[in-house]
Write a protein that binds this ligand. Structure first.
Ligand code: HEM
Length: 311
């Protein structure tokens, strides 16, 4: 028996301004807020001119909440769409931190890097925990709307691909899925062909005197990364300082903690998928669980994992 669903109509789409650009807004100040409190007598403001309010305009909330369109009558499809969108936003939050980590690495700003990496790890943990909600979708519940996905698949998430690429897992074949999307492809191609955060981390330890092979510092960045013995040796030397307060050691541990969270995200995706669709093929053209199993075995920052054996 399936749950008969109701979708409450909360917004009239005809009134929503659908522009992807920011809406005009006033900039506040301490003085303005104090004056407002004097005017309101301390109660929140509730009278606004025009057809919107500042909260709605600041984050285009009415537009954001108008973008969930279940294609079937299945109850679980709304949750699936919402959680997919939440994840896209969190992938963007993660990428924002990682993009800035990479920029700071180029300037040897390790103190700031450690602050942003701690946040990135928390975001990755949050994304991994979202599977707790998604895996309440049962096999029957999912199959009620799965056909409506057509060939849509998370594997086509350009935001996730940006996260993978900046972390160092380049894959030209998967990037090519976005070639035909003119507003997405230029940034995707640039990400494919630029050094990743891991490439910049390797360059940083080389500059710090932990030398790596020249081929690790200048290569075709679009090629799938292959772990390098000289990189593992350099990290072994960093850890050989035996000082947990050493900034490079803390950097290595911070990267590893992020890589660990990303592996947990992949593992949770993998087990949730097996739980929901068993051994059925994916909607994106892959064999499904069998393809994802190989993904689970990959590690970001691979030499930081393999060096453990030698420590
Ligand atoms: C809950 C039901 C889900 C199922 C059954 C499922 C299933 C799959 C399958 C079978 C694949 C392999 C590619 C293919 O489609 O052939 C895949 C890949 C992927 N899925 Fe999901 N998925 C689900 C939800 C999600 C959600 C909500 C997201 C996040 C937005 C997501 C993100 C991804 C990503 C990023 C990949 C590519 C992995 C990689 O490139 O390493 N999936 N999924």
């Amino acid at each position: 028996m399936s749950i008969a669903t109701e979708i409450p109509r909360l917004i009239d789409p005809a009134g929503v301004e659908a522009s992807a650009h920011p809406r005009p807004m006033n900039v506040g100040s301490d003085a303005q807020r104090e004056q407002t409190v004097r005017d309101t007598g301390g109660a929140p403001s509730t009278d606004f001119a025009g057809r919107s309010n500042p909260y709605i305009d600041y984050e285009s909330i009415d537009l954001l909440l108008s973008l969930q369109h279940p294609r079937s009558a299945a109850h679980d499809e709304m949750l699936f769409i919402l959680m997919g969108q939440v994840k896209e936003l969190l992938f963007k939050a993660l990428h924002h931190e990682l993009h800035n980590v990479r920029a700071l690495l180029r300037r040897d700003k390790l103190d700031e890097v450690l602050i942003l990496l701690a946040r990135a790890r928390e975001i990755a943990a949050y994304i991994a925990a979202s599977w707790n909600v998604l895996s309440t979708i049962t096999t029957r519940g999912f199959s009620e709307f799965r056909d409506y996905l057509g060939s849509a698949s998370g594997q086509l998430s350009f935001m996730y691909r940006h996260v993978e690429f900046i972390l160092g897992n380049k894959n030209e074949a998967l990037a090519r899925a976005h070639r035909n999307v003119p507003h997405v492809w230029p940034a995707m191609e640039a990400a494919l062909r630029s050094p990743s955060l891991w490439d910049e981390a390797i360059a940083l330890i080389d500059r710090a005197g932990f030398k790596v092979e020249a081929s690790c510092l200048d290569r075709d960045w679009a090629e799938t990364y292959k772990p390098q013995p000289s990189v593992e040796a350099a990290w072994l030397a960093v850890y050989g300082r035996c000082d947990p307060t050493d900034p490079l050691t803390r950097f290595a541990e911070s990267l590893l903690a992020l890589g660990d969270q990303m592996s947990q995200y992949r593992f949770r995706h993998f087990t949730s998928v097996e739980r929901i669709i068993g051994m059925k093929p994916g909607t994106g053209g892959s064999s499904g669980v069998a393809w994802l199993r190989a993904v689970v075995d990959q590690r970001f920052f691979p030499e930081l994992w393999t060096v453990r054996t030698r420590m």
